[in-house]
Every structure is written in C-alpha cells, then in structure tokens.
Design a protein around this ligand. Structure first.
Ligand code: TYD
Ligand code: MG
Length: 457
C-alpha cells in the first residue's frame, strides 16, 4: 500500500496549526483561511542551523554591556530615524508591502547609499542582470556599489553558507516567499516554508550578529506574507504603504523592539529611485487656493514628529433610504461617533446625509487629535462654506461634545507656525507651557458649539 502523506492544516492568516480542516480559525477568528500542508518529518539540523553550544551562558544583567552595540547607519536619514537610530546588529527586519510598491528599490538603495557597508543582496525574484539594470538607474555616483554582492539563489541553506563564508555587514533577502529550505517539504511560499526560512535567518542573525533585512509581499487584505506569524518572529516590521498610482510612499514601523512604532517616513518614487521627503507636511497640505469647502488641516503627531495634513469631507443628501458613511484612512467607527456627537450635542441633522471622509496622501491616521479637523471638514462641507486656508486644528472630541487636550500641543503649534498658518484651534484645557511663536494665534475652544460659533458666525 502506498505510503500516505500525513497532512496538517495551517491558518494562512495567523499560522495556527490544526489536525483537521476548520471553516473558521479558532485562534484569530478569520474565515476560510485554513490551508493544507504536509507534516514535516523532523530532520537533523544542518551545520548552519545548529546552536553552537558552549558559546553562551547566562549572564548577570548588570554585566551586559550594551553601549558597545553601535547601531549601523543605512545611509538614509529617514530610514535610520524610523529604525530608532540605525540598524541594531543581529536584528531581523521584515520589510513588507504590496508588489510594485518599491521594496526591492529601497533595499537596493541601501548598499548604493553606503558603499562601505559590505552587503549580501540575495534575490530570488530577479536575475543578476535585472538587478544591475536597476542599480544603474539608482546609482547617483558611478561606482558607489563598491562592496555590494549580488547572489541569485532561492535555497536558504546555500544563502546561509555563503553568508557564513563571506561575513558581510548586512544581508538582504528578496523575498521570503521565493526562498525555500530542504527541512520542509512543501512548496516555496507556503506557510511552513515561510516559517522555516524566517527561523533560519533569525538564527543566523542572532548567532553572527549580522543584521538581516527580509522582504515579504503583502496579500490583498494587508497581511504580511499571509502568515502574520512572521511578525512575531522578527524584531522590526516595516510596512510600505501608498497608492500605486501616486508617487508618494509611506514607510511605517508596525513593530520595533529597538524604537518607537508610531514613526513614519515618507518617500517619493522618482525616475531615479526613492527620494526621502524630509518635510512631509509640505506635500500633505492643500495645493489649491482658498474657496473649497469640506477641507480642514489637522496637526497630527506621528511618533516624534509633528505632521500637518489635509482632511477632506463630502456631505451630501442620501440618494437612497439609508445614508452611507465611508472613511479612507480614518476609523469608520470613530467617524460615526463624531457624527453622532454633532447630531446630539450641536443639533446638526446628519442622519439623512451621506458622509465621505478622506485623509490626504493615502495617510492612515490614528491620532485622536485629528477629530477636530474631521468635525470642521464635515461641517464645512455641510454648510458648503470654505474654511480659511490659514487655520488648522488639533484636538480630541469627547462623547459629550467637549474638546479635549492632546499630547504635545506646543510642538503642533510650532510646526503650524513654521508652515505659515495664522490660526490653530486647540482645546481650552490644553496646558501650554510656552508663549506661541510669533505670527500664529492660538484659538481655544471648549466644546463643539463653541467651535461652530468661532468658525461659522
Ligand atoms: P519594486 O522595487 O520592484 O517593487 P517591489 O519590489 O515592492 O515589488 O518597484 C517597482 C516600481 O517602481 C515599478 O513600478 C517601477 C518603479 N520605479 C520607478 O518609478 N523608478 C525607479 O527608479 C525604479 C527602480 C522603479
Ligand atoms: Mg521586488
């Protein structure tokens, strides 16, 4: 009788394992995500995957010297800031994004940007010639690719062997979905292969102290590599976002064991690769003149940096029985809450109106300070009355219609003044420690009716 291959089922969303097929994953609650994979027979670990015993012993916390762990600069100010001050030796970084967004471009720009860094660039997707062609487009100064090694390989054991022989300063693997390992039987890109490949690279990074950047494609629903499980394994998750049609790309840190996760960096895709946008506010605030209703500028804080951007709203009579509410880049439930506050606390009848909300530049915001700008944009569209283009907003709106203070109001005011705004609306409960910079007037409002009076008298 033929030897029957034993299989198990994996959730392609969270990596949960189950002996039988289930319609709904009990771990993450997603429907229809279970995929079948053969059971991996445990093979003896190869030389590169074995832990070198004897090297390590438990040490006293106070004896561990961490100042020697100098961070490695990637030659890009924005990227270094996003990582919390450069790459940490021995870390594994996952760079995720939809196909075509610029992951390969960004990772090839790293060795080109700092030629002294000996980089091993492993590509399983493109040929050497394709990489060379891309590098020629990106190279600012000819010959800057000095120490960069290109290696076309998809078998992870070979990659690790080369890495151990060459001892580079940085390893880049493009992409996790194309790599495979002999220790798992399934096809490249399957859940168990991705898990094994990432685990092998993690082991290599921790043992050798060489940082590894791993590129992963994101499935349509925004999950990195389908199995979100990679996010637990790696030290840092950077995610590329942005409209494919537009040229701006937002790189966000979703997880960072060595820095803040609320940072983001903005890049522009040009004919010569990705360019850092050092001052994203300038790209996110309106490019039109005065006189458009339904727009308001919010003073948001992303991580450590204030960021001003435009909130757009469209309020129109509902064509069908039930009103539509749609929000792009903003939490739809939060929008519903703000509309309910407007209805109940300020007497606006929006229940029979369609409300569409959009954040400029494809930004996704979660800072509650954007509430005030959302309300201002909705009201501006509702009255079809344009707000003055020189005012901006920073405040959280509470359920009783009160306007609550937000963190670091002074820095938001400073950034608004720097960009030439004349007025900023903040909560009247904001503790301001410094006098506002010259040229900007700080308007304090305590609740929604007061905001309405101040804006639309
Ligand atoms: P790529 O880095 O290949 O995307 P990914 O690895 O995430 O799939 O980026 C491909 C896109 O970038 C492609 O649509 C062409 C564009 N591009 C430029 O506009 N300028 C450039 O200099 C380069 C190299 C690519
Ligand atoms: Mg690519």
């Amino acid at each position: 009788m033929a030897n029957k291959v034993k299989t198990v089922f994996f959730c392609s969303n969270c990596g949960n394992e189950s002996p039988k097929w289930l319609g709904r994953c009990p771990a993450c609650g997603e429907w229809n995500t279970m995929v079948e994979a053969p059971v991996e027979a445990k093979k003896p670990a190869g030389p590169s995957t074995k832990l070198r015993s004897g090297d390590r012993k438990p040490r006293k916390l106070k004896d561990i010297d961490y100042s020697s762990e100098a961070r490695i600069s990637l030659g890009s100010k924005e990227l270094d800031r996003l990582l919390g001050g450069g790459l940490v030796p021995g870390s594994l970084i996952l760079l995720g994004g939809e196909p075509g967004i610029g992951k390969s471009t960004l990772s090839l720009q790293i060795p080109l940007g700092c030629p002294s860094l000996r980089t091993l660039y492993v590509t399983g997707e493109e040929s050497e010639k394709q990489v060379k062609m891309r590098a020629e487009r990106l190279e600012q100064t000819p010959g800057s690719s000095g120490e960069c090694l290109i290696y076309c390989e998809t078998r992870i054991e070979d990659v690790l062997q080369q890495a151990e022989a060459l001892q580079p300063d940085l390893v880049i693997v493009d992409s996790v979905q194309t790599m495979y390992t002999d220790s798992a039987d399934s096809t490249p890109g399957s859940v168990s292969q991705i898990k094994e490949v990432a685990a092998a690279l993690l082991r290599y990074a921790k043992e050798s102290g060489v940082p590894v950047i791993l590129i992963g494609h994101i499935s349509k629903d925004g999950y990195i590599a389908g199995p979100k499980i990679l996010e637990h394994i790696v030290d840092v998750v950077l995610q590329f976002e942005g409209e494919n049609r537009g040229s701006y790309r937002i790189l966000r840190s979703i997880k960072n064991r060595f820095g803040s996760t609320s940072e983001l960096a903005v890049f522009e895709m040009t004919g010569k690769g990705l360019r850092e946008v050092e001052n994203p506010s300038e790209m996110l605030i309106p490019m039109h003149g005065e006189g458009l209703s339904g727009t308001a500028v919010a003073a948001m804080l992303d991580g450590t940096r204030p960021l001003l951007f435009e909130v757009q709203a469209l309020v129109s009579s509902a064509a069908y029985g039930t009103a539509q509410r749609s929000a792009t880049g903003f939490d739809a439930r939060r929008l519903n809450m703000l509309l309910a506050v407007l209805e109940k606390r300020a007497g606006f009848h929006l229940s029979a109106k369609d409300v569409f909300l959009n954040m400029a530049g494809g930004l996704k915001v979660s800072d509650p300070a954007c509430d005030l700008a959302v309300i201002a944009a909705v009201l501006s569209s509702n009255f079809d009355y344009a707000l003055p283009s020189d005012c901006c907003f920073a405040g959280e709106v509470g359920l009783s219609g009160e306007i609550r203070p937000v963190a670091q109001t002074d820095r938001r005011i400073g950034e608004a003044a720097r960009l030439g705004f004349k007025r900023i609306f903040v909560s009247s409960y904001s503790p301001l420690d410094a006098r506002p910079p010259a040229g900007i007037r700080v308007v304090k409002v305590s609740d929604v009716p007061e905001l309405v009076r101040a804006l639309f008298k």
